[in-house]
Design a protein around this ligand. Structure first.
Ligand SMILES: Cc1cc2nc3c(=O)[nH]c(=O)nc-3n(C[C@H](O)[C@H](O)[C@H](O)COP(=O)(O)O)c2cc1C
Length: 170
């Protein structure tokens, strides 16, 4: 199963799914096998050679499914090339420069030996229905701050690194 990449994510309102999809598209275009999967539906990491893992941020934390995924698959994740992303800021800060992982995310991923963590802008739609979303929307913060050219450029760098490794050579 050379070059098979799991792009695994957790989402509360759906916008991280589109980020995962965009990343998987870029990896496939580069010649890797890649599939975006919801964290709660992934039973094993064993079939994959590398993993890209991300989640939407809520009060500084990844979604519960992503946290569970890390705890359940910690050893296999530590054995594979691993890239991490958070999606959250509802402003342009993520497009302006690196935003480090939140302290909670940092604690969660400690020891996994990830190659990199990146923070992408988030998205909150006017029609988001969760209670927290309604509260944020009342304070006036709807918008889509996902920068897909930045996301795709990051995914292209992940692909280039994987393809440069002998075991992933095509
Ligand atoms: C209740 C709530 C809390 C949030 N907390 C954070 C936060 O702590 N940090 C952040 O950067 N973004 C925060 N956000 C923004 C979300 O991370 C953003 O909307 C993201 O795109 C959500 O991803 P999802 O649609 O995949 O769930 C919050 C959004 C909501 C609705």
């Amino acid at each position: 199963m050379r070059g098979r990449v799991l792009v695994v994510y957790a989402t509360g309102n759906g916008s991280t799914a589109q980020i995962a999809g965009a990343i998987a598209d870029v990896l496939r275009t580069a010649g890797l096998e890649a599939e975006p999967r919801l964290a709660r539906f992934v039973a094993s990491v064993a079939p994959y050679d590398a993993v890209v893992l991300g989640s939407g941020l809520y009060a500084g934390h990844w979604q519960r499914d992503a946290r569970r995924f890390v705890r359940r698959h910690r050893h296999q994740l530590a054995d594979r090339p691993l890239w991490l992303f958070s999606s959250g800021p509802l402003d342009t800060t993520a497009s302006q420069g690196d935003i480090p992982p939140t302290p909670a995310v940092l604690r969660l991923v400690q020891g996994l030996g990830a190659r990199e963590h990146v923070t992408f802008g988030g998205c909150l739609r006017q029609d988001a229905s969760s209670r927290g979303a309604r509260m944020l929307l009342r304070s006036g913060r709807p918008g889509d701050f996902r920068d897909f050219p930045v996301i795709e450029a990051w995914a292209a760098r992940v692909a280039a690194q994987l393809l440069a490794e002998p075991e992933h050579a095509q």
